[in-house]
Design a protein around this ligand. Structure first.
Ligand code: GN1
Ligand code: MG
Length: 372
């Protein structure tokens, strides 16, 4: 049983007991996916029967109001549960403590929560087009289930999360301050950012002009945030609802393409391997549009490719900003990791731009086929 992420076995056990988990602690495994929260699979044994749970320490540097994220998640998942759904669906539910809270602050002020563990498959990088279609469908279905949810009741847990112009403003301030003396290493990336800042700001401009509706969006639609059935490959549920907030459809579609449409990993160091795979793009878009076409506006459908560029570009800027400001936001595995991530995302953003027309034609064709 090896534990890193500086949480002791004793602390982990103490927290689980707070959530009224009984039995003998049999195993703790760190789940390394995710760059923000710290996640463990904890297994307890009762009468020779093992049962696992998912334990998370929420990063309160990123999520300043963890109670607000719990409240958003509760509201949204209750709404989804009230809807008719396919038989495959599995729900994430948080355990309560004796006092009724579904969270626990330990004596160091760390915020913990515990949920059921779903035995399933998830993919950081996937070449199976059926799985990608399923991922598109799952994220689309998530959004359609919330189409009648009152957006204004959600807490804005990370204000301006996908406000690209705001992200750019902060980035250029970091370049100017150059606190760690790293800006000289990334002149090319800074220039690229300056050059495409306007295109990447178009989505927000359309939102501000009332041309795109605010909806309930997931906002962190990485491919590994969909769980699949181990046997059938059917999507089971969408996870990681911490960033559920009011947003644009293009955010969810775009961030998913950034992640699932890449021919390589998010942090691939060999940039010659990084590109947008139009087959993956098509598969994801087919699933997504099938689940949403009934209500998406023409503008929304039209801005899906722009979402793919904008979210990839924004992510490049966020990784590079974190590199320039001392790697405080995203967890890194080695020095310079955020720089490697940023370069990969810049190359992908450029390739997405080069394939813009192809993407537009694909979306048009899928929309026509689905709506027919
Ligand atoms: C973070 O925690 P994780 O890995 O699901 C980040 C996303 C980024 C992503 C990049 C709250 O998500 O916005 O797109 O890393 N989450 C937050 O891999 O900032
Ligand atoms: Mg996340």
């Amino acid at each position: 049983m090896s534990i890193s992420f500086n949480a002791s076995k004793e602390r982990i056990e103490q927290v689980c007991r707070e959530f009224r988990i009984s039995g003998e602690l049999a195993d703790i495994t760190v789940i390394t996916q995710g760059h923000i929260n710290t996640t463990f699979r904890v297994t307890f044994e009762n009468d020779s029967q093992q049962k696992s749970y998912l334990l998370q320490r929420v990063n309160t540097y990123v999520f300043k109001e963890p109670l607000q994220i719990m409240s958003n998640i509760n509201a949204v998942t209750n709404h989804i549960r009230s809807k008719p759904t396919n038989q495959n669906r599995v729900n994430v539910h948080f355990h309560h403590r004796e006092n009724g809270d579904n969270y626990f602050y330990d004596e160091d002020g760390e915020f913990w929560r515990l949920s059921n563990y779903i035995d399933s498959l998830s993919f950081d990088l996937c070449n199976d087009l059926n799985i990608l279609r399923g991922a598109g469908y799952a994220f689309g279905e998530f959004q359609s289930a919330l189409v009648d949810f009152d957006v204004s009741t959600l807490h804005d847990t990370i204000p301006n999360f996908h406000n690209t112009p705001k992200r750019l403003e902060k980035f250029f301030a970091s370049v100017k301050a150059d606190e760690y003396g790293r800006a000289c290493q990334v002149r090319e990336e800074i220039e690229f950012t300056e050059k495409y800042a306007d295109i990447a700001s178009q989505l927000m401009a359309m939102k501000d002009a009332g041309e795109l509706p605010l909806r309930v969006t997931h906002n962190d639609t990485k491919s590994n945030n969909v769980l699949f059935d181990r046997e059938t490959g059917a999507p089971l549920t969408v996870i990681d609802l911490d960033t559920v907030m009011p947003g644009l459809v293009a955010f969810d579609f775009g961030d998913a393409i950034r992640s699932a449409g890449n021919t390589a990993a998010e942090d691939e160091a060999d940039l010659s391997l990084v590109s947008l795979d139009l087959k993956k793009f098509t598969a994801f878009a087919e699933g997504f549009i099938q689940a949403t076409a009934g209500y998406l506006t023409e503008n929304e459908l039209e801005t899906l490719p722009l979402g793919a560029f904008t979210l990839t570009f924004e992510q490049a800027v966020r990784f590079l900003d974190d590199y320039l400001t001392g790697d405080k936001y995203f967890r890194t595995e080695y020095p310079g990791h955020n720089l490697v991530r940023a370069k990969c995302q810049y190359v992908l953003a450029k390739d997405i731009l080069d394939k813009f027309e192809d993407m537009q034609n694909i979306i048009k064709k899928i929309t026509k086929d689905v709506l027919k």
